[in-house]
Design a protein around this ligand. Structure first.
Ligand code: 6PG
Length: 233
């Protein structure tokens, strides 16, 4: 495990954007995290890495809320507004989860897209990189601490429901997450200091992040605020 503590969220996102730009040069594949943290990452990709080979990179998401892309809740929606709409990325290799009322069809559609563009190894799609955020409750993608069975699922993707608002989502399973070559945890902000401590120092097995074990390397890209409770850094 490689852990880097950056002065601030911007520096953490610049580091991740640089890694994505290198992966783009190789025509690799990535599953992006959702939530609010990637909004800064997308802004940095647009402003500081505008000329990277983004159109060579295969973009998927680790999870998506089943809402229209226009919704501020959509993980893809933010990427579209920051990178596709301004014409920085054309979108031919960007594969959002399509919003369809019938979630089982949406699930089938995204699994078919993954099957078509992501090579399989050991029976599962192998992303070159999966970026994961961490919720304050310790969830990753849309795998929540009270539902580790969707981490252990032998499917590629699963339907999931936010435990508080029951929002319907689609998530990569732990089988797919752990089949990735590399995982980056991108986690910033004061609000994450407790959960980061519980994962990294306590190795609390109730938390899905402690079960993440990719084929090659886990890298933690966190800022000083998220790292402030850590003792061994
Ligand atoms: C989602 C996510 C989720 C997110 C974490 C962190 O769709 O909600 O993919 O796993 O990465 O909740 O979210 P923030 O970046 O908003 O803290």
């Amino acid at each position: 495990m490689k852990l880097t503590v950056y002065d601030n969220a911007e520096q953490a996102c610049i580091s991740v954007a640089f890694k994505l730009a290198k992966l783009a040069e190789m025509g690799g594949s990535v599953a992006l995290s959702g939530g609010s943290t990637p909004k800064l990452l997308f802004k940095i990709m647009a402003e500081k890495f505008r000329k990277a080979d983004w159109n060579k990179l295969y973009f998927f998401w680790g999870d998506e809320r089943l809402v229209p892309a226009e919704s501020r809740q959509s993980n893809y929606g933010e990427f579209y507004r920051e990178l596709i709409k301004p014409g920085i990325i054309t979108g031919e290799r960007v594969f959002p989860t399509d919003y369809i009322q019938d979630s089982t069809i949406a699930l089938e559609n995204i699994e078919n897209k993954i099957k078509r563009y992501i090579p399989y190894h050991s029976g599962f799609p192998r992303f070159d990189l999966i970026i994961l955020g961490i919720g304050e409750d310790g969830h990753i993608a849309s795998i929540f601490p009270n539902n580790l069975k969707s981490f252990e699922s032998k499917k590629v993707v699963e339907l999931a429901y936010h435990p508080v608002n029951q929002q319907e989502r689609i998530t990569l399973t732990g089988s797919t997450i752990n089949n990735a070559l590399e995982i980056i945890f991108l986690c910033t902000g004061d609000g994450k200091k407790e959960i980061i401590y519980d994962i990294i120092e306590n190795n609390n097995s109730n938390l899905p992040a402690t079960h993440v074990a990719p084929q090659r390397e886990i890298e933690w890209c966190i800022d000083k605020l998220a790292a402030q409770n850590l003792i061994h850094v």
